[in-house]
Write a protein that binds this ligand. Structure first.
Ligand code: SF4
Length: 309
């Protein structure tokens, strides 16, 4: 008997899920429901296709992942008391990651057969080649991000202070808000000798409003999961492109905002369920398209979507 999975995925909430829900309901349906089980050879062809489309990435995301991996490696080296790479070595590593993604993306058949082993860039999948302006834009960010990572306040503190305890690095974790499982993944969490908990978040993009929500969510996580008073939590966003660090200490009011947001978001998402126990969605027709060419242009599911603009 072939390996089976549950007919519907387990329900959970994350900020990225909320963002997709608001950007396009149809995209949300493809990503969180239609792709479910598509990794199985016994899955219906539509689920197999949607699952593969869900895994498409793009140059900006590959850059972001590579920078995050570089930061993670730096912290691992610190924990092992080993020598740190130079800026040039980090640049070489990031370039290598981008080049691998490009080379992988030429192997469509291999990616289709083994979507977890290969990377497929959205730009290549839909456009056939990489747009030159985007290659240049991403290329220009590599050395800047590498340099600013090494100069960032959080990395220098982790590297130089001897009373730092690393608690989490890129670890997917969950906690409960109003009986709902909430997923978070912190880039780095550490405790200083003075008892302050620092959450460091590396950003390779521009300043955006959604970053504020992320900080509130992280502070709520630390407050609820570790029981740390908010006054002992410092949240830092390290903007690697612009080379500055935004520090915040959040208040009860700040975390209440995110608590309310989660509750409202969960209610909205549940209104698109036929059955909340099984997490069975309403029929696909009830999930409207974005209706905006700018959103559809970047969407992974253009190939299968009947609502695309
Ligand atoms: S192509 Fe457009 S309408 Fe369709 S899922 Fe993507 S964003 Fe939504």
């Amino acid at each position: 008997m072939p390996y089976q999975t549950k007919p519907y995925p387990e329900w959970s909430w994350s900020l990225s899920r909320d963002q997709m829900f608001h950007a396009c309901k149809r995209q949300y349906f493809y990503h969180y429901y239609a792709s479910h089980g598509g990794w199985l050879l016994s899955a219906p062809p539509d689920a197999q296709t949607t699952y593969r489309l869900k895994k498409l990435t793009n140059l900006y995301l590959v850059l972001g992942d590579a920078v995050h991996t570089a930061a993670q490696k730096l912290i691992t080296l610190r924990e092992q008391n080993r020598t740190y790479p130079t800026k040039e070595q980090i640049v070489t590593y990031i370039r290598g990651a981008l080049n691998t993604a490009y080379q992988d993306s030429k192997k469509k058949a291999e990616w289709w057969g083994y979507p977890k082993q290969y990377t497929m860039l959205h730009e290549m999948y839909y456009g056939g080649e990489l747009p030159r302006e985007r290659v240049e834009a991403v290329g220009n960010r590599i050395a800047v991000c590498a340099e600013h990572l090494l100069m960032s306040e959080s990395w220098r503190e982790i590297r130089d202070a001897d009373n730092i305890t690393i608690l989490e690095v890129e670890k997917l974790n969950d906690f409960i808000v109003n009986d709902k499982k909430i997923y978070v993944k912190l880039d780095a969490l550490y405790r200083r000798g003075d008892g302050t908990y620092v959450i460091a978040d590396w950003k390779t993009g521009k300043v955006a409003e959604k970053n504020e929500e992320q900080l509130r969510l992280y502070a709520l996580y630390l407050h609820e999961y570790y029981g740390v008073p908010l006054t002992h939590i410092e949240v830092r966003t390290e903007y690697l492109l612009d080379g500055f660090c935004m520090r915040s200490v959040l208040t009860e009011e700040d975390v209440d905002i995110i608590r309310h947001k989660i509750s409202a978001s969960v209610r909205s998402m549940e209104s698109y369920l036929d059955d909340t126990y099984y997490n069975r969605p309403l029929p696909i027709e009830r999930f409207a398209g974005a209706g905006e060419t700018s959103v559809c242009g970047m969407c992974n599911f253009r190939q299968v979507c009947t609502e695309k603009q």
